[in-house]
Write a protein that binds this ligand. Structure first.
Ligand SMILES: NC(=O)c1ccc[n+]([C@@H]2O[C@H](COP(=O)([O-])OP(=O)(O)OC[C@H]3O[C@@H](n4cnc5c(N)ncnc54)[C@H](OP(=O)(O)O)[C@@H]3O)[C@@H](O)[C@H]2O)c1
Length: 254
């Protein structure tokens, strides 16, 4: 009899936005489950800390700093990650930014940066990694979307547009790359109390307004998201494909 396996032993992963928050926890979770991990972000001190923690778990780790708003830097990151970890078959497109402001006041710069980091960078990295995964016989691409990719949120026009785009990009790539055994899925969290979550929802009045719309009545922690990512990255999630897995306490179930 076969039972589910949540091991990623012998696999290689690239996690963007791994210097802090959700990405950092995802990188450590994948390492704890057996993967070697390439971590990216911009804060080199924080990345060095994550590398040390992964090595303490007995896995190989490489830090590659990159500015994901810059398309050429994204391509460089992809090439360097594949050189550092030739068996890379898990990509977690986690890095993201949010610049909350009323749509009428949204600057062109904030719009362009949000779309570049949250949508263009995941596409470019997926393209680079999928070519490599195809040669390896398959792989797993996991995008970190948001409940904001499914519904509209006040003061989040660019963010909602970027995450909605990422959700449907997930489905489009799943259709195209399924025959190459490349699983493409997305995890869509509610508010998670990371630096970004604190920035956007730290105000108690605002927080209560959001909490009132979450049937489970709580915000998430990093582990809630990492659990879903590990499921999708592992053999246990092999037949889950092109899906947006909500980790939102029921926010989008209403
Ligand atoms: N927290 C939430 O409430 C929440 C809810 C739903 C979805 N999400 C999504 O979950 C993902 C992770 O969010 P988080 O809460 O962990 O955010 P966070 O605490 O702000 O961390 C963001 C990470 O992304 C990296 N990053 C940001 N801009 C970058 C850029 N221009 N180039 C390269 N790296 C960049 C940061 O690196 P440096 O700090 O090193 O620059 C950091 O490692 C995002 O996609 C976010 O949209 C978060």
């Amino acid at each position: 009899m076969e039972f589910p396996s949540f091991s990623v032993e012998g696999r290689g992963a690239l996690v963007t936005g791994a210097s802090k928050g959700i990405g950092r926890h995802v990188a450590l979770t994948l390492a704890n489950a057996g993967a070697d991990v390439v971590v990216s972000g911009r804060d080199e001190t924080e990345l060095a800390e994550v590398v040390a923690l992964i090595r303490a778990l007995g896995r190989e780790a490489t830090a590659i700093p990159a500015e994901l708003a810059d398309a050429e830097a994204v391509k460089r990151l992809g090439a360097e990650a594949l050189a550092a970890c030739p068996r890379l078959d898990i990509l977690v497109n986690n890095a993201g930014i949010s610049v909350p402001e009323p749509a009428l006041d949204q600057s062109l710069d904030a719009w362009d940066r949000t779309l570049a980091v949250n949508l263009r960078a995941p596409f470019l990295l997926s393209q680079l990694c999928a070519r490599h995964m195809k040669d390896l016989g398959g792989g797993k691409i996991i995008n970190i979307g948001s409940q904001s990719g499914e519904v509209g949120l006040k003061d989040h026009a660019a963010y909602c547009a970027s995450k909605g785009g990422l959700h449907n990009l997930t489905r489009a790539l799943a259709v195209e790359w399924g025959p190459d055994n490349i699983n493409v899925n997305c995890v869509a969290p509610t508010v998670i109390l990371t630096p970004m979550g604190q920035m956007a929802w730290g105000d108690p009045v605002k927080a209560q307004g959001m909490l009132d719309q979450i049937p489970l009545g709580r915000f998430g922690v990093e582990n809630d998201v990492s659990s879903a990512v590990l499921f999708l990255a592992s053999p246990a999630g092999d037949l889950v494909h092109g899906q947006i897995l909500a980790v939102d306490g029921g926010f989008t179930a209403r």
